[in-house]
Design a protein around this ligand. Structure first.
Ligand code: ATP
Length: 337
């Protein structure tokens, strides 16, 4: 079967443009599952061959049969879990790029910690009860997206006054790591057994990243509290001396996933969300087991992908290339669920 007999599809959000542009560049047919209010915008791009409309993303299962008939390979991105939930992702029957077993390990914060600890990844300390806290801390509500609903507490009094205003009853209390938030985008190929760092970004968050624009004296008395809502991403290259550890962290995560899960483990695009401390240690706050929005900076490739490929290579295109190679080598089963 040729690659042109497959159609690569995704939902019209998050990193859909990058994914479908990459798929077209690799010679696939492309399809976008779109909601009516987004269609006009997405139709302005020349690399989307076909559109299928759903009134809302959660109606996705109603078109599944048609997708299967069209020989679709679905590429999940951040909106898949947000709009469909883990359960709908797991029960989907259309070909899905990735290993669905990873979803359980990613979704459950305790399991995720177990996995990362197994991989010898340094994480911020987590506190079980208020009395054992070493300040400062960041308090994170469950189910938050893009850092909303988080607060910073510098001591117990600060914590007590803020916790009473917090809406959510489910939250974690974490050591606050003072440093640079750095998101490392990896790609692991089970076909070549090679891991690559595709690109790196840092998030720009309001208002925490803008506090430095007002001198401390000017902030006094204003009671400004840092918040962590992401408004954008900017590219970043890491000091080369630190790249090796960034790479080795990715390797350890892959190796652990193969041991803890089903042998296949995690593959394809993933991201370690880290904060680098004063002592240049990477503290990992989260793992995302698919393409992340920060890769959208690099539709034409990054400083790193250029070194590997000598041609424009976004993460979206890298995914399509992997599928193309799997088709050619008759190994599609290895990378689809
Ligand atoms: P997303 O799901 O979009 O990745 P999220 O809601 O899960 O976001 P996190 O990635 O956990 O949020 O954190 C959002 C921001 O909060 C980070 O980018 C960072 O600025 C800050 N942050 C989170 N945990 C810590 C920590 N332990 N120390 C310092 N800052 C932190």
């Amino acid at each position: 079967m040729k690659k042109t007999q497959y159609t690569i599809a995704t939902l019209s959000s998050h990193s859909a443009l990058q994914i479908l542009k990459g798929a077209k560049d690799e010679g696939f047919n492309t399809l976008l599952i779109v909601t009516p209010e987004r269609e006009a915008f997405y139709r302005t791009f020349p690399f989307i061959d076909e559109f299928m409309t759903v009134s809302k993303f959660s109606d996705f299962p109603s078109i599944e049969k048609q997708l299967i008939e069209k020989n679709v390979i679905l590429i999940p991105h951040g909106s898949f879990v947000a709009y469909l939930g883990t359960q709908k992702n797991k029960t989907m029957k259309v070909s899905y790029y990735g290993n669905k077993k990873v979803l359980d390990w990613e979704e459950d914060r305790l399991k995720q910690r177990e996995w990362l600890e197994h991989a010898n990844i340094l994480m911020p300390q987590q506190f079980k009860d208020v009395d054992s806290i070493n300040y400062p801390v960041i308090v994170k509500s469950y189910g938050a997206a893009g850092g909303s609903g988080y607060f910073y507490a510098k001591n117990k009094r600060d914590y007590n006054s803020k916790i009473s205003q917090m809406g959510s009853k489910q939250f974690v209390i974490q050591e606050y790591v003072i440093g640079v938030p750095l998101y490392i985008h990896y790609f692991y190929s089970p076909l070549t057994k090679k891991l690559e760092i595709m690109s790196i970004d840092r998030r720009y968050e309001t208002n925490v990243d803008s506090l430095g624009r007002i001198p401390l004296a000017g902030q006094e008395g204003l009671e400004i509290n840092p918040s962590y809502v992401v408004v954008g991403n900017s590219p970043l290259v890491l000091r080369e001396a630190m790249l090796v550890e960034a790479y080795n962290m990715g390797l350890r995560v892959i190796e652990s996933s193969q041991k803890l899960m089903d042998g296949r483990g995690l593959f394809g695009a993933f991201c370690l969300e880290t904060v680098i401390s004063e002592k240049q240690k990477f503290y990992t706050i989260e793992i995302s087991c698919r393409i992340v929005a920060g890769t959208n900076l690099f539709t034409h490739g990054s400083a790193y992908s250029w070194l590997y490929y000598n041609e424009p290579m976004s993460t979206g295109r890298r995914i399509a290339r992997e599928i193309k190679h799997a088709v050619e080598q008759k190994k599609l089963k290895m990378i689809l669920d």
